[in-house]
Design a protein around this ligand. Structure first.
Ligand code: AMP
Length: 584
């Protein structure tokens, strides 16, 4: 693990991508078939492969507790180091270095330890995940950390928290694998996409079996994402002359896998959410094909889509009660078909063939041919509302119609586009146009006033500055969440506090919130250089990861969009449509 950390350090020290890939290739080439997948997954900045549903469940509180016990320094040493570095891995290394210095100056011997190998670290992460209870997890972590020198500890923590920050994106890592084993980059990317596991991809590249990467049922694929767009002319310019337009539903994105009588649902963050939507599972069980659908789960009652807040009542529960199911029934709105069983040639269970490279028009045709049992006929499915448009005016019209159907906006898709898992490509554009919201991460919380006395209700939130890869604050809000949400989040923030400063405390930056506001202004009040007028929390986004929050560049784009006046963002027709939807 020390050698891995040294390579990571060298990769971090250069900004030249060719040097980075070269350094990696040089190292990866020396690894055996057991070490290689572990090293690759760690370079992807995660303890387990992306498709692997496991998370260690070790919060910052446990990490800082373990470091505190090891270092035997004052309790706020880690908080202070974190304030200096804004990076937990660096802060841990800093504290362990200070502790070693104290030992050295007291003339104490260095503790005798066996440095962990890559396999030891992988095993320790797996054990941390398996054991129950934060104390037992912290104990395993502490044992691991006790074996590391400060530089290695830094990376053990960075991987564990998923914040590697060495200027190594997935694309570069794929390029390094291609260079290591002299394989075409396109083949590496394709295998990475299908397996969702860079460790497995590395092994396939090593063994020259990249073309054998197959779509695996019941292992979630990464989701294709859309790029934001607001201007109808620009959208038609990019995707025209004929673009496909679907309603943008405001629900829960879910991938549905089925084979035999087995059905599983996966959320956008690749977690198994099967248990939360038994009516969709029961409906899917009765079908007769093997394959993977992409779609959105919506609250749907009496022929109408219910607002997201209704669906929220069903979230976060392992399995819903009969009462809540009756109050908030759901449907699965399918919009894509990612794999379908090809004809079995030898009488065995057919393998699902990946359809990702096929054009959307073909995937949609085959999706429609599945004849899913539709909600309006008593089933638990629907197909996304789809029309094709050929001009900006038609697109504007479709947008207003979608709003009348109470949906958020439009997803505009190129009918000839492939499905690119995990990519925010230009094959799909999302057109929201309502006043923009920003996805931010909560970095600090404060005790509230009045009826919010005693709870942590005031949130300070940040976006990511891409140039420095740091979180920079942009605002503070104390409205938008329900009392129940605030109570629940208070307990969470209590357990994930990093440092206290009177009423204010910094917290583990992992809670993503969608923030609504009226205006963005340039201001030195926050270190992003912007601040928001009338910010409010539109909703918690547990489905989003901190890697997905908005950046200073997207804030800049919204800011410059607002300079052109709100009529560009909210058309009169749109307001009319909203008014009618609200009335009717
Ligand atoms: P956002 O959450 O604003 O980044 O928008 C992207 C999300 O829109 C996707 O993750 C989907 O959950 C959702 N979505 C809603 N309707 C569709 C649709 N028809 N096609 C694709 N994605 C959709």
């Amino acid at each position: 693990m020390r050698r891995w950390s040294e390579v990571a350090e060298r990769v971090s020290a250069t900004t030249r991508t060719s040097v980075k890939t070269h350094l990696l290739a040089e190292y990866l080439r020396t690894l055996d078939v057991e070490q290689l997948p572990v090293a690759a997954v760690f370079f992807a900045g995660r303890p387990f492969a992306e498709v692997d549903g496991r998370t260690t469940g070790l919060g910052w509180a446990a990490i800082s507790g373990a470091v505190g016990a090891l270092a035997d320094l004052p309790p706020d040493a880690l908080g202070d180091a974190y304030d200096r570095t804004s990076d937990l891995g660096l802060a841990v290394a800093d504290v362990l270095e200070q502790a070693a210095e104290v030992r050295r100056s007291a003339g104490l011997p260095e503790p005798e330890v066996t440095p962990p190998t890559l396999a030891d670290v992988a095993t320790a992460y797996a054990e941390i995940e398996t054991v129950a209870g934060s104390q037992a997890k912290a104990q395993r972590f502490s044992t691991l950390l006790g074996r590391c020198d400060p530089a290695t500890a830094c990376y053990v923590v960075k991987i564990l928290t998923g914040e590697l920050r060495i200027g190594l994106g997935e694309g570069l890592l794929e390029a390094a694998l291609a260079e290591t084993f002299e394989r075409p980059i396109a083949a590496v990317k394709r295998a990475g996409m299908l397996t969702g596991d860079l460790g497995r991809t590395a092994v396939l590249a090593r063994e020259d079996r990249l073309s054998s990467a197959e779509i695996a049922l019941f292992h979630p694929l990464k989701f294709m994402l859309a790029s934001p767009a607001e201007n109808a002319d620009e959208i038609i310019g990019r995707l025209g002359p004929t673009a496909w337009v679907e309603d943008k539903y405001d629900g829960i994105r879910a991938q549905l896998h089925r084979a035999g009588r087995e059905v599983r649902l996966f959320s956008r963050d690749l977690h198994d959410i099967t248990g939360q939507f038994p009516e969709v599972v029961a409906g899917a069980r009765e079908l007769a094909w093997t394959g993977i659908l992409d779609g959105e789960i919506l609250a749907y009652k009496d022929g109408t889509v219910m607002p997201f807040v209704a669906l929220q009542k069903r979230l976060g529960r392992k399995s819903p009660s009969a009462a809540i199911r009756a109050e908030v029934p759901v449907v699965y709105v399918a919009f894509d078909l990612l794999a379908l069983a090809g004809p079995a040639t030898d009488g065995s269970e057919p393998l699902a063939e990946a359809l990702l490279d096929r054009p959307l028009s073909e995937r949609r045709r085959r999706l429609e041919a599945l004849e899913l049992p539709l909600a309006d006929a008593g089933g638990s499915f629907a197909l996304s509302h789809l029309v094709s448009v050929g001009s900006a005016a038609e697109l504007e019209g479709a947008f207003e119609q979608a709003r009348l159907r109470r949906n958020e906006g439009l997803m505009v898709k190129d009918p000839s586009s492939a499905y690119s898992p995990g990519r925010r490509g230009l094959g799909w554009l999302k057109m929201k146009k309502a006043l923009a919201t920003l996805d931010c991460v909560v970095v600090g919380v404060e005790l509230g006033h009045g009826k919010r006395h005693g709870v942590l209700s005031d949130y300070t939130f940040a976006v990511r500055d891409e140039a420095s890869d740091r979180l920079v604050t942009i605002g503070k809000a104390y409205t938008g969440l329900t009392d129940a949400e605030i109570a629940e989040m208070t307990a969470w923030f209590e357990a994930h506090t990093l440092a206290r400063f009177g009423r204010y405390r910094t917290v583990e930056p992992t809670v993503v919130v969608e923030v609504a506001f009226d205006v963005i202004v340039r201001s030195s009040r926050h270190n992003s250089g912007f601040s928001l007028r009338f910010p409010r929390i539109a909703r918690l986004r547990p489905d989003k990861d901190v890697a997905e929050i908005d950046t200073t560049a997207s804030v800049e784009a919204v800011w410059s969009g607002l300079q052109h006046g709100p009529e560009q963002l909210v058309t009169a027709g749109h307001q009319r449509a909203l008014g009618e939807a609200a009335r009717g």
